[in-house]
Each structure stands twice: as C-alpha cells, then as structure tokens.
Design a protein around this ligand. Sequence first.
Ligand SMILES: O=C(O)CCC(=O)C(=O)O
Ligand SMILES: [Fe+2]
Length: 315
Amino acid sequence: MDSETSLNLPVIDFNYLELEGKNPKWEEVKSQVFKALEEFGCFEALFDKVPLDLRKSLFVLLKETFDLPLETKQRNVYENPFFGYIGKGPRSPLYESIGIDDSLVLENVQSLENNLWPQGYPTFSKVIRDFSEQLSELDQTVRKMVLESLGVEKYLDEHMNSSTYMLRVMKYSAPQTEDSKMGVIQHTDAGITTILYQINEVEGLEIETKDGNWITYQPSPHSFVVFVGDCLHAWTNGRLYNAFHKVMMRGNEARYSAALFARPKEGYKIKAPEELVDEEHPPQYKPFDFVKFVNYFHTQEAQKHRIPLKAYCGL
Ligand SMILES: O=C(O)CCC(=O)C(=O)O
Ligand SMILES: [Fe+2]
C-alpha cells in the first residue's frame, strides 16, 4: 500500500440511513462497513444523530469530573478492571478514566453521580445516559450490517442479547516537556466493538494498518471511530480485523475522549458460527469466555505477546 496516499481511515456516512427494511442506501453503507472492517478493522463514522449540544455538555461535564479531587474520583475504584476510576499509572502517566457499566440504564449512572457529587448532579447522569444510548444505536447498526454481510443474520438476536455496554470517559493530561508523550500504549480492544468519540479536537489517536503504517485520526465533532475488538474478530473466525491503536499526545492541551465498549456478558462463550468455518476458513480460535480472557489479558504473561488473544486461545 502506498504510505503517502492511503493514510486515512475510510469515512462512512450514516446520516440519512433508513434502518427499516432493505433499501439501496443500507446496502451501499453495509458494503462500505464490511470492507472497511475487513481491511482496516475500523472506520470513521459520520453520525449527526448525536446533537452537538449533547457533545458540548459532555465536554463541560468531563472537565468538571476529572477536576474533582483525586480522593473523590477514587471512591469509584473496584477490583474489576472494567469498572470505575483508573488513575494515572507508571505505564500511562497521562491517562485517567472512569468506566460506567451498563450506562444506558439511568440508575447505574446515578450511582456514580451520587458518589462523585453527594449533593446530586442530575445533568451528569442524563447526558451520560443519552450519549450512551445514541452511540449504542450506531453500534447496533454496524453489527447488524456485519452479520448480514456474512449471511449469518439469524444469529443477530443472540449476538445482541449476549452483550452489554460500558461507557468509559477519558482524560489525557498534556505532557510536560520531560514526560513521555504516550497516552495509551498500542493495543487492540478486547471486546466486541468500540465506538470512540474524541470530545475536544486534540489529536492523539493513531491506528496501525495491516502493513504496519500508522494513521493519525483527525478529530471532528461530527465523527466517531468504530473499532472491531478481539471478540468480534474471533467470532467472525478472523474475517474482521482488529486494529492496533494507541494515543500519543502532542501539544500542550489536555485531551478528552469517550468510548462505548460492547462486550460479551459473563459466562457467554465466544465461538464462530459453523457457517463461518470451512476448509477454506479453518477455525482460528478455541471457544473462550470473555471475562477469563480479560483476566489473562491483564497479566504480565499476556503483555509479552503482541497478540494476547492468539496466545490465549489461538489454534
Ligand atoms: O482515547 C482514545 O482515543 C483511545 C482510547 C482507547 O483506545 C481505549 O480506551 O481502548
Ligand atoms: Fe482502544
């Protein structure tokens, strides 16, 4: 691939898409989605359904949230690596985040709200919930298109019902001159899909192509980045690619982002449907439980491997 001319993510327009029934626009977008996810493992989605007001409110709220005292944020620390507050660490000294599990359910967001603001802050919960719901719509559209493209839409209900969402909001502090610029080290996302929104227009996200070039994503208030995670890569028996990505900070402004992660529910075994396994496509992974895989993913042993999923259950 010519590294000078092709270093842009595919851009796919989800505006004016009719969701009901088969129509030419749906088919056109669907084929763009599948091609992008096969080749790049991700794409930039134009999706104006999320109102700009909501995005602006989210920015204000996240600044307020991360400006709270560390002790307040740390009231939300749990053993489970998905949940709650993750503070700056030796491997990612600029990064902090808060994970809100099942953030489409208002009560879940409210319990975080009450922890952060004991006097209450209903706008926080409403904005987080509404934003999560809008992103989940885009996610469901993409996953429906993937299953249709593979001719396995009969599994759509099972596929959707066996997954759950978490919204993670993130802040990357601006590096001081002598700090490393590393925001998040290169990784693939472990779950099914990720819909990422860069809240302020501070660059930083970089995505690796199959041939080892890095694309710098140019943030825009109108676009979201959709990623295939390890579980969808495995479920499609390797047909969809799971791209490495990382965050490198530059400049002197903090960066805020939010990501909706779809992941399999605990106890659900990820196994490629039989339709996707044949002589031409031999099975690539043993069936696995996501939670057990993530526990492995966080071990030092897993970190030695470029592709932890292959080390864990590759065939
Ligand atoms: O903040 C970003 O742009 C990327 C974050 C990320 O890759 C992740 O949380 O998995
Ligand atoms: Fe990621």
